[in-house]
Design a protein around this ligand. Sequence first.
Ligand code: KG4
Ligand code: ZN
Length: 327
Amino acid sequence: MEGPGGPLILGIETSCDETAAALVTDEGEIRSSVVSSQAELHARYGGVVPEVASRRHLELVTPVIREALAEANASLEDVDRVAVTRGPGLIGALLVGLAAAKAVAWSRRLPLVPVDHLDGHVASLYLEPDPLEPPFLCLLASGGHTMLLDVRSYTERELLGSTLDDAAGEAFDKGARLLGLGYPGGREIDRLAGEGDASAYDFPVARVPGLDFSFSGLKTALLYAVRDLGEEELDARRADLAASFQHAIVRALVERVREAATQAGRDRIAIVGGVAANSALRAALPEATAAPLALCTDNAAMIASAARWTEAVPYPRYLALDAYASR
Ligand code: KG4
Ligand code: ZN
């Protein structure tokens, strides 16, 4: 069998409920990307339980790293630096990945690259086979963040707008819960919306000044709509509700990202993060570059990718490095 050739970056991501490891080259070629989702484990609670997530990461992180190495037909000898998500995210979950990364790097006297999770999402666009080059206007929409970023270069970006309350993915997840759908909710709403009529309900989205977002009113509107229906009626209207709710979120995102692109003078738009996997959003922004589906939701290839533009901490200085829950 062929060897991996050239040095590899080992990426590790454990900020939420995905335990992930990947091997990526300096040129941005993905040699392997393993994602072990804990979604089923958390589904019975209707959301991520931080303590449960940390424990599961601890069980999974070593096997997932091993699998990533095996899939790339590589060993630790082929790795020249270890990249890991340092934050933002669930602090206990982050600490598991950070400790694993330190241990692997330290054992081989390798440098360690602490990566910001949000830089990781943006860097999902820089991977082969179709890497995007800055500058561009980027919508980062995930379970924890909704941001409009003017990405000027690989290392410079400006925040133009963000959510004042719920993140877009959080709105999807809360909406799904109101509709009695499973967790994680975004994908469920996306699927069910395909069978519904998006114009059945006219859900409003708050217009806030500037380039910010607000989704909490929309959630309340859905709550009222659901409350007014009986059990049987809800069953009959669930797909219409999902489609209309999704339509409202997508409309808000699309309007604002286009406004931001005009204001920043960018002719290219990109969408990243879990919500960028949404089929209605992708269809509503045909001019945008969307990260490949597998790279929208949390993964470690994007973390290794971001490490290509992030300063490495030399051995053994990183042993004292801490994780951060928020910025
Ligand atoms: O980026 P991500 O995996 O994790 C965070 O950094 O938060 O994003 C997860 C979020 C969840 O809220 C999930 O419901 C949402 O992305 N999501 C979707 C879809 N797939 C995942 N939302 C809408 N449509 C989808 N197809
Ligand atoms: Zn994420």
